[in-house]
Ligand binder design. Structure first.
Ligand code: NAD
Length: 471
């Protein structure tokens, strides 16, 4: 299939151009390079009614057929990974090879989740009665995705929702709509009309969707601040909600580590995708015995890391994805400078109007500095010294967030005993960023509400139904 040159929505299985459009900006230049449809209220209504209509038959299809179509969609995505990766880089910013990695992983997620089925529990099967609990789909799902990982995080929603028997209206971020619109176009040849609708638009579209009475569930990934607004909006008609939100993940480095071995892994875990990863290491606690050694190694890697246009060969890290976020990150840097904190910065970045920020390590700031307390979601890593384990665990846990965390040590048992005291939904020992489709991903505290991935993630798109049969 050749992609059309237009960025149209998919509604009821058809290409729909918006009456208006939104500009899409290449973050490596700061300039618009494409236009995407801006969904009107009427077009949204049409998407919701198409999804409601499609739900009637989709929910009744045998789950094996739904699973097969989701797996087929995964194959189709994989087959188009190269052309999508180039588009991905232009709208999102990261280097093309890493863009392709995300698309390939998104396709893998579709195929893995296509193998999942809900359980059936039989409570009684006797002469007098038969009682079972089975799981049924909810209806039309409103799926809202962020800009940092627009393809994989959309697949995290499409796969379980559709396998479970729901239909969907998916909205990408206004900053990164293009790949998602193209994927909607691609999947028109897989799913029956109305099963997967893709709409795009500006800042008004998200609230228009979350307050729409036609949705049974909202699956949202984005910031904690927006997540709270989504939950309030859902309360009106008690829509089900899953919220995958922000994080301020701590990593703890014990004094027995092999510094040369762990430094590149810790760097990658903090700065991958220019640190625009929900589970990136955002606070680094290092035992004072190895603090200077790790700081100097991370500084050397930062100096050798090329930040630039992701479409150019040799770029390791791309720009910040959008101007709003760029201004937030630079404001945090300004605040750190104003407080007199020591910043260790990597190589110089292009000065061309793109949203580039140098890799920055903040040398032992106090706990109450904004760069420590707030989720930067940009390449600023505060590293702090510790001496006492109980103290560092308390500092790691002193956050309203509870998404992920890591412990680094040559003694796995000791590391594990610390990891188990970290109050987050995911915790790693001697690794980071590793997530799997068959393993639940859940934000604790204000990092989320509900679960994605694993059987628990599938069941978020279903409701239990108890069936009592008298014999
Ligand atoms: P955001 O909250 O600004 O936007 C996310 C999505 O919500 C976008 O599609 C946006 O258009 C939409 N939206 C905005 N206001 C809305 C409203 N009032 N009602 C409904 N929808 C609305 O988040 P972002 O800046 O795109 O993403 C970055 C944040 O996402 C970070 O905090 C990051 O940690 C978090 N994140 C979390 C996960 C996770 O799985 N926990 C994954 C990736 C990103």
């Amino acid at each position: 299939m050749n992609f059309s040159a237009d960025y149209h929505m998919t509604i009821g299985g058809r290409a729909i151009a918006g009456e208006a459009t939104i500009d899409v900006i290449n973050p490596a230049t700061g300039r618009p390079f494409a236009r995407a449809a801006d969904c009107s209220k009427a077009a949204l209504d049409s998407a919701v009614s198409s999804a409601q209509e499609a739900f009637r038959s989709w929910r009744c299809r045998p789950i094996e057929e739904r699973q097969a179509l989701v797996a087929k969609a995964g194959d189709l995505l994989l087959a188009h990974a190269d052309e999508l990766a180039r588009l991905f880089t232009r709208e999102q910013g990261r280097p093309v090879d890493l863009a392709k990695t995300e698309i390939v992983r998104g396709a893998g997620w579709m195929k893995a989740l296509a193998q999942m089925s809900p359980p059936v529990h039989v409570a009684e099967d006797s002469d007098t009665q038969f009682i079972e609990t089975r799981y049924v789909p909810l209806g039309v799902v409103c799926a809202i995705a962020p800009w940092n990982a627009p393809v994989s995080l959309a697949m995290w929603k499409i796969a379980p929702a559709l396998v479970a028997g729901n239909t969907m209206v998916l909205k990408p971020s206004p900053f990164t709509p293009l790949c998602t619109l193209k994927i909607g176009e691609l999947f028109r040849e897989v799913f029956p009309p109305g099963v997967l609708n893709v709409v795009s638009g500006g800042d008004g579209l998200g609230p228009m969707m979350t307050s729409h009475p036609g949705f049974a569930k909202i699956s949202f990934t984005g910031s904690s601040a927006t997540g709270k607004r989504v939950m309030m909006s859902a309360a009106n008609d008690l829509k089900r909600v899953s919220l995958e939100l922000g994080g301020n993940d701590a990593a703890i480095v014990l004094p027995d580590v092999d510094l040369d071995a762990v430094a590149p892994k810790i760097f990658f875990g903090a700065f991958y995708n220019s640190a625009q990863i929900c589970v990136a290491t955002k606070r680094l606690y290092v035992h004072e015995d190895v603090y200077d050694g790790l700081r100097d190694r991370l500084a050397a890697i930062a100096a050798a890391t090329r930040v630039g246009d992701g479409s150019e060969q040799g770029t390791t890290l791309g720009p910040i994805q959008n101007k709003r976020q760029f201004e937030r990150v630079t404001a945090l840097l300004d605040d750190a400078r104003a407080r007199g904190l020591t910043l260790i910065q990597g190589a110089a970045v292009p000065d061309n109007g793109g949203y580039f920020v140098p890799v920055t390590i903040v040398d032992n700031p106090p706990e109450d500095a904004r760069v420590v307390r707030e989720e930067a979601f940009g390449p600023i890593l505060p590293m702090m010294k510790f001496t006492d384990i109980d103290d560092v665990i308390a500092r790691a846990n002193a956050s309203e967030y509870g998404l992920g965390g890591a412990v680094w040590s040559n003694d796995v048992e000791t590391a594990l005993s610390i990891a188990r005291r970290i109050e987050t939904g995911t915790v790693w020992v001697n690794q980071n960023l590793n997530l799997r489709p068959d393993t639940p991903f859940a934000g604790h505290k204000q990092s989320g509400f509900g679960v994605e991935n694993g059987l628990e993630g599938l069941l978020e798109y279903m409701a239990p139904q108890a069936v009592y049969v008298a014999r």
